[in-house]
Each structure stands twice: as structure tokens, then as C-alpha cells.
Design a protein. Structure first.
Length: 212
């Protein structure tokens, strides 16, 4: 019988021992062999498990710690790479995926993606002391209020015109994030896409942690 405890909100929750038990989020080997985007496929179950309660930092982090060590490396990296493809660092910092920026830094160090790591560190410097706030409202207050699609499609020749209609502080942050985006794209061109070059190699090296 599972050990439970009664909390002040009159809800049943697992015991501490139950909460610390690791969660198996591996995918079947046949599904792994069929898919083309293997790095994304191996973390889909883990992402769905961790993100069950959007907006709840404590519950999300608690579920994250239930993942295997290899999955804790892969998940933040895959989420970072997907956000970079969607809208760059501005989209990443507006998304709850940036809650695990510190783990993304550790993961990039572990897989040896030095150029991508430097781009991420450059982007983090727009926040005080380089620490990304985990509170959504506090983080949003520090970022410029602009449409992600507009920012993604903005051409360099139009930037000076748009600058006239934005506060100087917001524009400086956007400019620094744009430089970090350029550094990330250069890393993709010089070393290869993050997931295809480094992510897949890490997955194949630790295949038993991702495939059952």
C-alpha cells in the first residue's frame, strides 16, 4: 500500500519516499528507431511528466528531480534548442523552459557544446548577475514587451526605425539578445546544429537511459 499523508488543503499526496522515487520516462526501442528526430522523441514523455502543472515552479522542479540523471541533462537542452528555433532567446526567456536554464548550462558543459554555451551565457547577462528569475511575472517585467514573431522577422535595416518607438532600456536588451542569437546561429553553422551534433551523440552514448 502506498504511503500517503494528509495536508492542510485536505488533499492526499504521496509520502516523501514516494516523491523521491525515480520516474521511468523511456520510450520503446521500436519507436526510437522509427523516428527521425530522435533527441526530441526521447524526452517527450519526460517533458509531459514534468510540465503537468504549468506555472507551478515547485511541483515542476519536484517532478524534474524524479527523472534519471541522463534525462535531466537532455530535457533542458532539447527545450532550449526548440525555443531557439521558434524565436531565439527572447522566446526562450518568455517560456517556462527557462526555469531550467542553470541545468541547460550544466548540460551544455557536459556534452561539450562550448560555442552554444557561450551564446547562452551571453544571453543570461541581460538579467542581474546573470541569474534568470524563475517567477514568470518578475521575469516578464524585465523583458521588453514585443511580439515574438515581429522580433523574429525584423530585418537589420529596419531596426533603426523601430528603435525610435521603443524605450531605450528595452531596446538595449533586445540588441543584446539579438547578438546572442547571432552567436547561437554561428555556432550552429560552425559546429553543426546542437541536437544533431551533440545531443544525438549524448543520447546514443547513454541509450539505456532513454530507450527500453
Amino acid at each position: 500500500m502506498r504511503q500517503m499523508y494528509w495536508n492542510r488543503y485536505d488533499d492526499w499526496y504521496p509520502s516523501r519516499k514516494e516523491r523521491r522515487r525515480k520516474r521511468d520516462c523511456r520510450i520503446p526501442r521500436c519507436d526510437f528507431e522509427r523516428t527521425d528526430d530522435k533527441c526530441v522523441a526521447v524526452v517527450e514523455r519526460a517533458a509531459a511528466f514534468v510540465r503537468q502543472t504549468p506555472g507551478d515552479i515547485g511541483e515542476t522542479e519536484s517532478r524534474f528531480y524524479k527523472l534519471s540523471k541522463a534525462m535531466q541533462v537532455a530535457l533542458p537542452i532539447v527545450e532550449l534548442a526548440e525555443q531557439m528555433n521558434n524565436g531565439g532567446f527572447l522566446a526562450y526567456f518568455h517560456n517556462e523552459a527557462c526555469w531550467f536554464t542553470a541545468y541547460a548550462v550544466q548540460g551544455l558543459e557536459r556534452i561539450g557544446a562550448a560555442a552554444h554555451l557561450e551564446a547562452l551565457r551571453r544571453a543570461r547577462r541581460v538579467f542581474p548577475d546573470g541569474k534568470v528569475p524563475r517567477n514568470n511575472l518578475r521575469r516578464a517585467a524585465m523583458l521588453p514587451e514585443c511580439d515574438i514573431d515581429w522580433w523574429k522577422s525584423l530585418k537589420p535595416c529596419d531596426m533603426m526605425r523601430e528603435r525610435l518607438f521603443m524605450p531605450r532600456v528595452d531596446w538595449e536588451i533586445l540588441k543584446r539578445l539579438r547578438k546572442a542569437d547571432i552567436a547561437w546561429r554561428q555556432a550552429d553553422q560552425q559546429e553543426g546544429p546542437l541536437l544533431e551534433r551533440y545531443g544525438l551523440r549524448f543520447v546514443m552514448k547513454n541509450l539505456d537511459a532513454f530507450v527500453c
